[in-house]
Design a protein around this ligand. Structure first.
Ligand code: PBG
Length: 365
């Protein structure tokens, strides 16, 4: 058990162990037996057995920590694989209902819905976002009818609906802020009307949380929650998601005039502060693992319910390495999730949600 380092006599003269126990232990002769360092504190004692490790564990992951994002597609009995996200499929409404039933059984509290919009329905203004019968709204109604006990979260942003792939309205190469916010309020109302529980603005326009809160309240939806994508970075890790919703093909340029610069962190605190002041009930930091410092700062500074989004690119990296046999995928998945908890997350949006929940249910930590 003891690690043998150096010669015992030398250690008793110069090593830190001699400061507290040196002379005494020399008298008892223990140091002379050559059985290792005389350490008053051995952190490894608490790690020696499984029961002891469980006893001192600081953070735990449960199914209540999971929000499961689903991609949607038109049709029936459809499950369309997303090639850059092995194991993730776009689901037709009926299949999404099945997934919701499965999630409820696994006690996953909430689903996040993302539509793949038929390209024929995409236009400059993203007007399909305001269609009360669009794919997201139909899915909300179907799930609420069959699985009313599960929470539903929906993105508010125009990117799945615009021909240019941006989250807002585009004029002469500029994303218009205030005009976009007006449309987002209407999009939020359409989704709330369909039965969405949590409106999640992911667009990063200024003032959208306050405008959506006011719009919801005025329309009698004061119980509908808002989860603000408060600190959302202009990240390359969204690539596979854009494949899944079909906006990679359409996106013109990048989103750096509205999503945050990955070089900044004080700015994240200002964004979060604004969104809380405007009425956000829940705060999100996105992406996840490369931004754990932001998550930690946000949770420390504000103490509000704070969520992390383990985004598509993070999922893809773990899956790709696992497919090649370079990583144990299950272990990487579980370790990444406990890292979010340790950093301060109250919950995590993750494409691994179902797999994690299944593991947790069968007792695998
Ligand atoms: C849309 C949106 C994006 C994601 C969630 N909502 C993509 C983007 O902003 O381009 C990314 C999620 C992921 O990568 O898993 N506004």
């Amino acid at each position: 058990m003891a690690i043998k380092l150096g010669r015992p006599l030398e250690r008793s003269r110069i090593g830190p162990a001699s400061i507290t126990t040196g002379p005494q232990s020399l008298q008892t002769g223990r140091a002379g037996l050559g059985d290792g360092l005389e350490l008053p504190t051995r952190p490894r004692r608490n790690r020696r057995t499984d029961w002891a490790r469980r006893m001192v564990r600081e953070h735990v992951l449960t199914t209540d920590d999971l929000i499961w994002p689903l991609f949607l597609v038109d049709g029936a009995r459809m499950r369309v694989p997303v090639s850059s996200m092995p194991g993730v499929e776009r689901l037709s409404v009926d299949e999404a209902v099945r997934a919701a039933e499965r999630a409820a059984k696994l006690t996953i509290p909430c689903l996040a819905l993302f539509p793949y919009t038929d390209p024929a329905r995409r236009d400059e203004a993203g007007s399909e976002a305001l269609n009360a019968d669009n794919l997201v709204c139909r899915t909300i109604r179907a799930i609420k009818k069959e699985v009313p006990q599960i929470g539903l979260l929906c993105d508010v942003a125009l990117d799945p609906y615009t021909s240019h792939g941006h989250d807002g309205l585009l004029r002469d190469g500029v994303i218009l802020n205030d005009e976009t916010v007006a449309v987002l309020v209407r999009q939020a109302l359409v989704q709330a009307e369909a039965g969405c529980d949590i409106i999640a603005p992911s667009d990063m326009m200024d003032g959208r949380v306050g405008a959506i809160r006011a719009g919801l309240d005025a329309a009698g939806f004061s119980d509908v929650q808002i989860m603000a994508y408060a600190a959302k970075y202009a990240s390359v890790f969204y690539g596979p998601f854009r494949d899944a919703v079909g906006s990679s093909a359409t996106l013109v340029g990048d989103k750096r005039t509205y999503q945050m610069d990955p070089a900044n962190s004080d700015e994240a605190l200002r964004e979060v502060e604004l969104d809380i002041a405007e009425g956000a009930d829940l705060i999100m930091v996105k992406p996840g693992m490369p931004y754990l410092d932001i998550l930690h700062r946000v949770k420390e500074a504000f103490g509000v319910p704070t969520f992390a989004y383990q985004v598509s690119g993070e999922y893809a990296m773990i899956m790709a390495a696992a497919e090649r046999g370079w990583l144990d995928g299950d272990k990487a998945m579980m370790e990444s999730l406990i890292a979010f908890k340790r950093a301060g997350a109250d919950g995590v949006l993750t494409y691994f949600a179902q797999r994690i929940a299944e593991r947790l249910k069968t007792g695998g930590a």
